[in-house]
Structure formats: C-alpha cells, structure tokens
Design a protein around this ligand. Structure first.
Ligand code: PMP
Length: 401
C-alpha cells in the first residue's frame, strides 16, 4: 500500500484551470483575459528588444557557468537596489540596504517571509490586503506566519476604501508586518494616491508596523520607473525600516527566467550587516545560490545607459498600450450605454482591472461569448487588443443588462 494513499487531492489552481478551459475552447472569438503576462496587440508574448540585445552580448562574450555567491550577481543586485530605491537613496549611501537575488518576486517574498518568521517577535502577524494576489497567503503561511487581512477595496465605488484600510491598520497589533503592493495592485488595479500613501504611513508609524512592499510592476504601471517606486521611497525617507520584494518578470518580460531581488532597509549599517548574514543562511537553505542567466540579462540592461534608455521606451510602450486599452474599453461601454459607471476602468492602473462583474456574469460571458476571466471579475488588460475590444465591450454589455 502507498504511504500517500490518504493524501487528499488539492483543488486545481484557479488561474491555471482558466487557461486550460481557454485552450480547449475552439471558438474563433475566444479571448483570454485571465493571463497575467503582457501580450502585444496581436495577442503574442513580447520579448523586449533590449533583452535580445543583452542575450546576444552575453552569448558573444563566451561566459562561463560557475556558481553565483549566495547573495547573487552583485552587478545585478546593486543596480536593482538603485532602480527601486532611487539613485540618490540615502539608505544606499549609508550602507543600510542589503539585497539578495531571488527566484523572481515569489522567491523574494518567500525569502522575506522566512527571514521575518525567525527574527520578528514570536506571534507577529502579517496583514494582507483584501483582496490580494492569491499566492501571498500561501507564501506567508508556508513560512509559518499567521496572515490576516486589512480592508482595501470598496466594491461600492470600485476604488480604495481608505478609511477602512486605516481602521484595520489601527486595530492590528502594534508591530505587525503589512504587505503593501508598491504599485499596480493585483487584482484590483486600485492604488492609493500619493496623499493617501502619506496617511497610510502616518498610521503605520504610530503603530510601529513593518512595511513589506511587493513590487511586481515597477515601470509597468505608469510607464515611469520612478513614479511607480514613489511609495517605497517615501516610506524610507520617513525613516521606516522595510522589506521589498522586487520582480523583473513583467517589466523586463523575463517571466520564466525568475529574476528578482529581496531588499531589506534597516536603521544602521551595523544592523544591516547582521541582517545580511542571516538572510544568507535562509537563502542557502532554500536555494543554495540563485540562477545566473536571467540576472546576467537584467544586469546588462540596468548597467548600460543605452540599453536602460531603450528599456524605458519599451516600458512606455507596454504601459501605454494598456492605458490605451483602458480608455477604449471605457469609451465603448459608454457608447453602448451599458448600465453602470465605467470610470473605474480608466482610474485603475497596471495589468489588471476589477470590472465589477459578478460571478454569474463571469460564467455567462465565458459560456455565451468565449471570454475568459477570473471568477472575481478581474480582467488582464494585456489580453485586450484593437482586434477583440469590440467583441469584449459588446459581451460585457450583454451580460450586464
Ligand atoms: N506579487 C504580485 C502582486 C504579483 O502579481 C506577482 C505576479 N503575478 C508576483 C508578486 C510574483 O511574480 P513572479 O514570482 O513571477 O515575479
């Protein structure tokens, strides 16, 4: 008999399940709005030209394939820290930042969760936005941390419930870890304004909470790398210690290469040295040392002024296409006089939009119109194109009436 005979079958991953259904659909009209990856106007993945150039340069330089140090490729992690914290970051100048190359954003969150579990007071809880990226809870729970929720989204306005959020932060035990989406909140597309970030920081400072920024979309949201890093830099300027999980999956289109970084900003450089030594132990236990290839690609781009400038162009192209799709979708719904207000489509930002469609409408749009989205009504804006946007707008109009 198998020792695993009693292992219960886990439920299928909702997003992966959706893509299986999409692939099986034979309709020519089918549209995939589930996918969390950029697509061009032809619905194709896009390899950034700077990535191709960096790959060519790496290939031609005949590199070897030795192990990296535990903390990763230094030319990459240094440039990644500068990218997210800013070229004039006082924390970097004062050696108060430690950076570890990670298995993309997920690996950075995992490294952080395991480090915090060991070194924050026993019983420290983690607060996640409601709703949030589905994997957050898994990651923190797997590291042995208890995850709770803070109010974030207001279904009535399809926007931020700031008062609710601030109240949750006030009610939580002092010194809690608060996971904040640095920009382009997944799944809602709803970000605080700069003034709202200030109010959030005020409460978090009073409560001595620890901000853990998840930054999976820097430059991909607004098209401007600095603007999308506002919240992180603002909290650090105010004197917060914090963690940042940084992903290069979306902004460099390096999804499968798993390029990321985990940063910790501490009060002093002496503390940073100790923190660094302990994160190294955690990372050693999980991955020994990180993968080289994607970090080399990212390092080439980040450290070459010409490639960096070209990358910024591509970021504007990707975010620009998405912003354009938002405007066009809203305009069509207004023209069709689809019941309801559709301003939230353009007010939200980043890869995703929370449409406000209910589960029954999501099911109907799938079965009647071959349009696939997650059950909570979230659509990936990257799945829209000038080719399918009329069909999508008419289908939304149909299921909403
Ligand atoms: N955080 C959020 C909010 C995300 O949306 C994602 C990507 N879906 C990630 C982290 C991590 O992605 P990756 O591990 O591919 O970098």
């Amino acid at each position: 008999a198998s020792r695993f005979a009693e292992v219960p079958l886990a439920p299928p991953d909702a997003i992966l399940n959706l893509s299986t259904l999409y692939k099986a659909d034979t309709s020519a009209k089918k549209v995939d709005l589930g996918v969390g990856a950029y697509r061009d106007n032809d619905g194709k993945p896009w390899v950034l030209p700077v990535v191709r150039k960096a790959e060519t340069a790496i290939y031609e330089s005949q590199v070897e394939h030795e192990y990296l140090p535990i903390s990763g490729l230094k030319s990459f992690t240094d440039a990644a820290a500068t990218l997210i914290l800013g070229g004039d970051s006082v924390a970097i100048k004062e050696n108060r930042v430690t950076s570890f190359q990670s298995i993309s954003g997920t690996g950075a969150l995992c490294l952080g969760a395991n480090f915090l579990k060991h070194f924050l007071p026993q019983g420290t809880i983690v607060l996640l936005s409601n709703p949030t990226w589905a994997n957050h809870k898994n990651i923190f729970n797997t590291a042995g941390l208890e995850a709770h929720e803070y109010v974030y989204y207001n279904p009535a306005t399809l926007g931020l419930n700031l008062e609710g959020m601030l109240a949750s932060l006030r009610e939580a035990p002092n010194g809690s870890v608060v996971v904040l989406h640095a920009c382009a909140h997944n799944p809602t597309g709803v970000d605080p304004t700069q003034d709202q970030w200030k109010q959030i920081a005020d409460v978090m400072q009073t409560k001595n909470h620890f901000p853990f920024f998840d930054c999976a979309y820097q430059g991909f949201a607004s098209g401007d790398l600095d603007r999308d890093a506002f919240a992180i830099r603002y909290f650090i300027e105010r004197g917060f210690e914090c963690s940042v999980a940084q992903s290069f999956a979306k902004n460099l289109g390096l999804y499968g290469e798993r390029v990321g970084c985990y940063h910790v900003v501490s009060r002093t450089s002496e503390i940073t040295d100790k923190v660094r030594s302990q994160i190294a132990r955690v990372s050693r236990a999980i991955i020994s040392n990180p993968p080289l290839y994607g970090a080399r690609v990212a390092s080439q781009v980040l450290n070459d002024p010409q490639l960096l400038a070209e990358w910024k162009e591509s970021l504007r192209a990707m975010s620009g296409r998405i912003i354009e799709m938002r405007a066009q979708l809203r305009q069509r719904l207004v023209e069709l006089q689809t019941p309801g207000n559709w301003d939230h489509i353009v007010n939200q930002i980043g890869m995703f939009s929370f449409t406000g469609l209910k589960l029954a409408q999501v099911e109907a749009i799938k079965s009647k119109h071959h349009i696939y989205m997650t059950g909570n009504g979230r659509i990936s804006m990257a799945g829209l194109s000038t080719r399918n946007i009329d069909h999508v707008a008419q289908a939304i109009d149909d299921v909403v009436r």
